[in-house]
Structures are given as structure tokens and as C-alpha cells.
Design a protein around this ligand. Structure first.
Ligand SMILES: Nc1nc2c([nH]c(=O)n2[C@H]2C[C@H](O)[C@@H](COP(=O)(O)OP(=O)(O)OP(=O)(O)O)O2)c(=O)[nH]1
Length: 341
């Protein structure tokens, strides 16, 4: 085992309520060993042998660091008040691009405190917002009702049965398969209250345009002809997808007003209305409304764009735009832009 521990440098810890999710450290091995070397825990986990030695814990911790550095898996310690409670992990699928697998376990003495859903939910939402994935899968041993309940609470949907080898049992056993994408995970987090309509009530008449969601967006183009995309941050709908900077029109704003304000707030740049050239528009159903989004082109601004709301930015060559996962409304815009630039 080599290398000094620099876990926070390889992975910035995530907060989840009272929990912290952080990279594992060599010093976690004795506690991790004590928690996993428990038949009640190990028998539910596919790849954990039983008994589970301290050396295995040490080797596994060392391998998790290499996986984070390689960007293939994020196995994290679940910590509260400095104590290790369990682990949560996400592995990108080797054979299915943009898919990943989620796993977690909690030490027996910490069961029943909602630690599983808090930790696994946070890692899943972080992963969709920050990694190039769209779907997360998870498998639960058929008899493991506790773990299935964790997934259901986070928003995962059950999608069939499979079989998996369980090392500690030395057997191939049936597992329930679950999956979730952005829609499932954000729906579970922000339940939309459905107002109760009085029986027989006719729907109220809508004012013209009342069902429109007006958003102004801008393709900033630099002197090399590259286009700026911003990644929607965790906590917003469609987190993790790349978009043209911009945002919703506030009451009374023109699209140009809204863009000037949004580009300043989100990117810290100043743009004048004269430098915003109307280019195209998107028209697409969205969140129970209808998105109408003019897209402007802009080649001149003051300042250097930076992600002021923590969002990642990418300057992208027109012929590479299609490599970035974007909201469905943007697809036609990307094709137009690529042909135009
Ligand atoms: N800015 C932007 N929004 C897009 C694009 N494509 C697309 O479907 N949208 C959708 C996503 C959102 O539902 C909506 C923009 O809303 P937003 O949430 O980003 O707006 P905002 O900045 O005003 O944010 P907030 O105050 O509501 O959090 O438009 C795009 O390319 N750029």
C-alpha cells in the first residue's frame, strides 16, 4: 500500500444532513473491518467474503483511491461526528456508457436511523449532476427488504429480477433490480403537491401564453469559434446536463434583459443588448408547461466567464457539441449551431 492519505484532495467531501461522504483513508481499516466482519452485514453483500480480514479491508481501501483517481468508481466512507458508519459506492458500467451501479451498507449498530437513504441518495444525486451518466442501477438480495426500502425512498423504481454470486454465501442468489434517472431522483426529493380540484369543477380558463415557460439562452462564442456550455448543478432539475447559459424571464423582463442579468449572475460577465444576436429558438414540453427559449449568439462581452454558482463550464468546438448530454429542447439548436459556425 503506498502513498500518503490525501483523501479530500482526490474527492471533496459531500454533506448529507448530519453525514459526511468522503474518500476512505488507510486509518479507516480497523473500524471498517469491525463493521463489515459481521455476518448480518456481509451476508447481504455480493462481493464481500466472510470472515472478512483486516488485510482485505486495507487492500480494498487502497483500491478505492485508485478508482476515484481513474474516474471508474467512487466508494466513500459514510461518517458522522468523526465515526465511520458504513460505505456508499458508485461504479460506472464498463459495458454500458452513461450507466452506473450504486451500492451501500451500514454497520448493524447504526441501522434504523435513515443513514442508507441519506447517504445513497446524496451520492446518486451528486453522480447524476457531476459524472457523465444518465441512469443508476442497484441490485438488492431478494430477502433484503431493508435495502429495497432504501432505494424506494430515494426514488428508484424496481425493474425486474436477476441473479448474482454472493461470495460470503458461496451461492448464486436472486436479486431485485432497481433503476433511477434524473426524473426519478428529483421527483423523490421535491414532491410536487397536487392541488385538490373540486369535483365537477371546470378547469379555469388560461390566459394566452400562461402555460409557456419563457427562458432566454445564449451561445457565447470565443475567438476560436468555441461555444460555452454550462453544466446544470446538483439540486436543479436536469442536473448534470449541459446547457446554454441563461435562465427564466423575471416578470416584466425582455429576453435581452433576462440574459444580461443571468450572464452577470451566473458567469460574472457583462454583455450589452447590442451584442446579443437572435439566432433560433427552442419549443418543447417541459415540467408540465411548454418551454419557449430564444437562443442568442454573442461574440463580445466584458470579463472572463466563470461558474459563479459552482457550475462546471466547457468551451466546446461546434463539431463536438453533440458529445455533451443536453436537455431534449436543445437538440435542434445544437444541429443548427453546428451547421452555422
Ligand atoms: N439556460 C438554459 N435553460 C434551458 C436550456 N435548455 C432547457 O431545456 N432549459 C430549461 C431548463 C430549465 O427548466 C429552464 C431554465 O431554468 P433555470 O432553472 O435554469 O432558470 P433560472 O436560472 O432562472 O433558475 P432558477 O432561479 O429557477 O433556479 O429551461 C438551455 O440550453 N439553457
Amino acid at each position: 500500500m503506498g502513498g500518503a492519505d490525501l483523501p479530500d484532495a482526490i474527492f471533496a467531501p459531500l454533506k448529507a444532513g448530519s453525514l459526511t461522504l468522503r474518500a476512505l483513508r488507510a486509518a479507516d481499516a480497523p473500524q471498517l473491518h469491525r463493521l463489515v466482519n459481521d455476518w448480518e452485514v456481509a451476508r447481504m453483500l455480493a462481493r464481500v467474503p466472510f470472515p472478512y480480514s483486516l488485510e482485505l479491508a486495507e487492500d480494498w481501501i487502497a483500491s478505492t483511491r485508485a478508482q476515484i483517481e481513474a474516474g471508474t468508481a467512487w466508494h466513500l466512507a459514510v461518517e458522522r461526528d468523526g465515526a465511520l458508519l458504513g460505505c456508499v459506492g458508485l461504479t460506472t458500467a464498463r459495458d454500458a456508457p452513461r450507466h452506473a451501479e450504486l451500492g451501500y451498507w451500514v454497520g448493524r449498530r447504526h441501522w434504523g436511523q435513515g443513514i442508507g437513504p441519506e447517504a445513497a441518495g446524496r451520492l446518486a444525486r451528486w453522480a447524476l449532476a457531476n459524472l457523465d451518466i444518465d441512469v443508476i442501477h442497484a441490485s438488492v438480495l431478494e430477502e433484503n427488504k431493508r435495502s429495497a426500502a432504501v432505494l424506494a425512498r430515494i426514488g428508484f423504481l424496481e425493474d425486474g429480477m436477476a441473479e448474482q454470486d454472493f461470495t460470503a454465501r458461496n451461492a448464486r442468489l436472486p436479486v431485485r433490480r432497481f433503476r433511477a434517472g434524473r426524473a426519478e431522483l428529483s421527483a423523490a426529493r421535491e414532491p410536487v403537491p397536487v392541488p385538490e380540484a373540486p369535483a365537477d369543477a371546470a378547469p379555469p380558463p388560461l390566459a394566452p401564453g400562461a402555460n409557456l415557460l419563457l427562458v432566454a439562452a445564449c451561445a457565447l462564442i470565443d475567438s476560436d469559434g468555441r461555444v460555452l456550455l454550462a453544466r446544470r448543478p446538483e439540486g436543479k432539475p436536469m442536473a448534470g446536463l449541459w446547457e446554454f447559459p441563461g435562465g427564466k424571464l423575471a416578470p416584466g423582463e425582455t429576453p435581452e434583459d433576462a440574459l444580461i442579468r443571468e450572464l452577470h449572475e451566473e458567469l460574472g460577465i457583462d454583455v450589452s443588448a447590442a451584442c446579443l444576436a437572435p439566432f433560433a429558438f427552442a419549443s418543447h414540453p417541459l415540467e408540465g408547461k411548454h418551454l419557449l427559449m430564444p437562443l442568442y449568439l454573442c461574440r463580445r462581452w466584458n470579463g472572463t466567464p466563470e461558474g459563479r454558482e459552482g457550475q462546471a463550464l466547457a468551451w466546446v468546438r461546434p463539431n463536438k457539441l453533440a458529445d455533451y448530454a443536453m436537455p431534449p429542447a436543445d437538440k435542434p439548436l445544437v444541429a443548427l449551431l453546428r451547421d452555422f459556425l
